[in-house]
Design a protein around this ligand. Sequence first.
Ligand SMILES: *Cc1c(COP(=O)(O)O)cnc(C)c1O
Length: 321
Amino acid sequence: MTPLIERFRDRLPVSAATPVVSLGEGSTPLLHAPRLGKLLGIDLWLKWEASNPTGSYKDRGMTVAVSKAAEQGAKAVICASTGNTSSSAAAYAARAGIPALILIPEGAIAGGKLIQTRALGAKVLEVRGDFDAALAGARELADRGTHALVNSLNPYRIEGQKTVVFEIVEELGGAPDAFVIPYGGGGNTRAYVKGLDEAGLTTPLWSIESDDRPHTLASAIKIQTPVHRPQVEASGARVVAVTDDEIVAAWLQLAREEGLFCEPSSAAGLAWLRRGTELQGARVVVTITGHGLKDPDIANKHAPPPVKVDADPDAIAAAAR
Ligand SMILES: *Cc1c(COP(=O)(O)O)cnc(C)c1O
């Protein structure tokens, strides 16, 4: 697989001196979803970002951020995270051969993401506080110069993440009528805006947030104060809020209708589209940002449990009805 940095080298701030730290990120499937699209009244395309190496789109930005950190001689990387940034930072730091220090808000990170980060060898500190408090800590250590910050405040993250727009436009053979993505901290919204801008497009972008940011079950967008909010508001992206009930309904529907098991945050866009929006009839690309296995507890709560049965064909046949 061509590394993202090689595929888009001419549109990224890298040079021959940049060591490419890659795990085969990007070049993810763009799936037409005619059945779910018909139910929603749109020509629906799904950008399946869960097929990135650590299971979320964060790898697009992390390959550039960690490659640049390595180029600049960083001795370690640091981030605060609701989970996917930590898994990605841990993986790319391991690949680069440098340590990762991860600050997570106490009790607020999904099980799969935490296990993944631990397994990847990162040092994980669980901060007594929320995401904002963890981020403040990470910024302070970065300021002291001991660690390179790889949160989305790192501009190289945005650079890498913008490449998703180029892929979508290339694969569709043109721009869709709209892009729809989830909105947590807003770094990804800025990346799409930048990608659209550099591709010379004015396609509308909808960014879907939770109506209850501090408490939503969608852990990847559970961010009380989006660090990029001023830039998101100035960007022209249209921000809409959805409820947890809407997210859960959309998330289960995506899995059952199209076979894509994502984490709840990734279904925020579909949750909004299920309301029946002004996008009726339009060609819409919805980005599915992260994998369902990231958050097994949530799936366990909402998916039907297995039915116990004796090891007997008649019993199995009866239970199958
Ligand atoms: C990070 C993340 C988001 C939110 O992206 P922001 O850049 O914080 O707005 C949404 N979904 C998933 C799966 C994520 O990992």
